[in-house]
Design a protein around this ligand. Structure first.
Ligand code: ASP
Length: 323
């Protein structure tokens, strides 16, 4: 029997076309809506288009709107799965946000495309078909929000965009995909070991992301304090170390009860308090910096936004980042 799939279009290259000058942009009509016949042979589709935005235009309000839309269907209709089409630039952030916060009892798959609808080798329709197939499969349950492109199934938590233009851009460094899509079926070969889900009702705090570099000083950290941001994520060096000149700035943030979360700018491995020199991981931890467990910078930022939507308590936030 055909499954009922909620298909939510949000924009991105998958919903754009190339003009004669080679420029890629959205048109008056989403080209995916022209594909009704092929898609409806796969599933009964309920189509929603809450907005049509390139993904650099997506805001936290848009992410909350998507969460609420999914939850509305969770409460009201018999849905077997959901697929969200999204621009690839920020796809991993929306997917991870939904993974952390949506309460739904059906699989959710996020997909996109690297080549727009009328380009040679366009991957949009193919990725959408794969995603409908994955979201319709019973094996997709209880694995969190999934990201499906280029015949691979990734977890929202681990996947990241690794290439500016290649169709195999989405990778899960260190872990790999958890399944594959073939002509004959959907095959999962790994199972996530844990799931996190948090109830939130708003996403209104301000969290900024700062990347560390050689010779860095404290000025950006003082600026963050003066801007009264609610949280700071630092993509630190190696296992979680910072240049010594940044330390007074990080201390100033902590003295103002602004949580500071450290991830690594290296895209494999986790941060740990290993080094005991000025600005080293041990020193940062003693100061009260929170160490994140393997997330990249943009996802740690999403997690800190979610944490701050629930609590100001530093020990609770620290505990959330232990997972
Ligand atoms: N810049 C586009 C976007 O994120 C890229 C894409 O969708 O692949 O909207």
């Amino acid at each position: 029997m055909k499954k009922t799939i909620l298909l939510i279009h949000t924009g991105g290259t998958i919903s754009m076309s190339e003009d004669t000058s080679g420029a890629v942009k959205p048109g008056a009509k989403n080209p995916l809506t022209e594909e009704g016949q092929i898609l409806s042979s796969l599933a009964n589709l309920i189509v929603e288009e809450p907005f049509n935005l390139p993904s650099p235009h997506i805001t936290t309000d848009n992410m909350m709107e998507l969460k609420q839309l999914l939850e509305r269907y969770n409460h009201s209709t018999e849905i077997d799965g959901a697929v969200i089409t999204h621009g690839t630039d920020t796809l991993e952030e929306t997917a991870y946000f939904l993974d952390l916060t949506v309460q739904a009892n059906f699989p959710i798959v996020v997909t996109g495309a690297m080549r727009s609808s009328n380009e040679i080798g366009s991957d949009g329709l193919y990725n959408l078909i794969s995603s409908i197939r994955v979201s319709s499969s019973k094996e997709a349950y209880n694995k969190g929000v999934l990201v499906v492109l280029n015949d691979e199934i990734h977890t929202a938590e681990n996947v990241t965009k690794t290439h500016t233009s290649n169709v195999s851009t989405f990778q899960s460094p260190q872990f790999g995909p958890i399944g594959i899509v073939t002509k004959q079926g959907i095959f999962f070969h790994h199972m996530p070991t844990y799931r996190e889900n948090y109830t939130i009702s708003n996403l209104s705090k301000q969290v900024i992301l700062i990347k560390a570099h050689i010779g860095m000083d404290a000025s950006l950290f003082y600026a963050a304090r003066d801007l009264k941001v609610n949280g700071v994520v630092i993509e630190a060096l190696g296992q979680g170390n910072m240049p010594p000149a940044t330390v007074p700035g990080i201390k100033a943030l902590l003295a103002n009860n602004i949580p500071v979360v450290v991830v690594s700018r290296a895209f494999n491995g986790i941060v740990q308090d290993v080094y005991a020199y000025e600005g080293g991981g041990k020193h940062l931890k003693e100061m009260g910096v929170i160490f994140s467990n393997g997330l990249n910078g943009q996802k740690a930022r999403i997690k800190l936004l979610v944490a701050l939507a629930r609590t100001d308590d530093l020990s609770e936030i620290t505990e959330m980042f232990r997972l």
